[in-house]
Write a protein that binds this ligand. Sequence first.
Ligand SMILES: *Cc1c(COP(=O)(O)O)cnc(C)c1O
Length: 376
Amino acid sequence: MIPLFQPDMPTADELVPYLRQMDHDKWYTNFGPRLASFEELLAQQFNVNRSKIVTLTSATAGLTVALRLSLSKLRKTGSPFRQNFTCLLPAWTFVASAQAVLEAGGQPIFCDVDPVSGALTPSLVEEYLQNSNNPHPDIIMPVAPFGAEIDVRLWDEFSEEKSIPVVVDAAASFCSLTPGNSPAVVSLHATKIFGVGEGGFVVTKDIALAKRIREYTTFGFCGRRVAGVQGGNYKLSEYHAAVGLAQFDRFLTIKSKNLKSRERYVKALSEIPNVRLLKGEAGKYATTFNVIVENLLAKDVVRNLKNAGIDAGIWWEDILPQNPLFNSLSRNNISMFPVSASLYTQVLGVPFSPFLSEFDIKKVAIKLKHISESGS
Ligand SMILES: *Cc1c(COP(=O)(O)O)cnc(C)c1O
């Protein structure tokens, strides 16, 4: 079976130098030297100062914390966080975006996405806001699907104009995110382009917000070991930071292998009728490769590919507006979001990894062509 996905992680040998440092300094978590170096490199990657980067245990945790803190600018005693707020999400996204809203104490509400990029855009939200039948969002969470480009500064402008805070789910966009004031959350999960196992970070040019997010990740400690605000434990350990440092050592290679596989795919798929790509799929750095099958159902194509020894899959299988968990406002129905409905039924991930041979990629393309031409 040609595998759907293979993570590109450091080998044991590549990790050893960093693990030896830990043998030596016996510092395993709580903001040790490896976390400091890792955050410094992340800051350089995004062209910001380290005070604007906060690492944490996952992107989902980062989204949850960023939602909470973006909605409570003022510190109060007791539970300072707003409950039952509404968060406007793209109807087509990964389940983690909506779970983070529930985790933060809010209710997801949905908006359809752009057919070319598959993303929520300021103009779609503008349209949403103009319809007075739509519930008003207390906060907005745009999502960059599958590592798409996202410029947070455009959302900052929109956020200011509408006086609605924005938290960006840029989980897979390590290589294509331009930070702004609104917090953007990136995942370091092993399935993403820059994996450390489990982990994530928030990047925001709002230093005060970054500081509050940092405090939240470490028991609400504000400078000393006394809790000044509500918080939990969301710290990234030195082990994870060590993997992060080893990943930075090999990051140029990760990127060039990724791009090479992607270019081969784009070429192999270019002549298949009824198969199209989302905007930006060709040039980005991401661990997934998705295609849109225009005259077929993605689940049928997945089944046919699997029968031919090719592991395909639907990465975003949970149709969020249809899942009762995310549907308590009960106005949600996937048919209200025609673009998202078509993406849920027509987007599938084909096998993609830097370890795929050109031969395997051609095999996938030929099978896909065959399936799309025979209409089944
Ligand atoms: C991967 C992903 C997440 C979840 O990231 P974790 O680090 O695993 O919590 C959230 N949203 C999107 C769009 C993702 O692709």
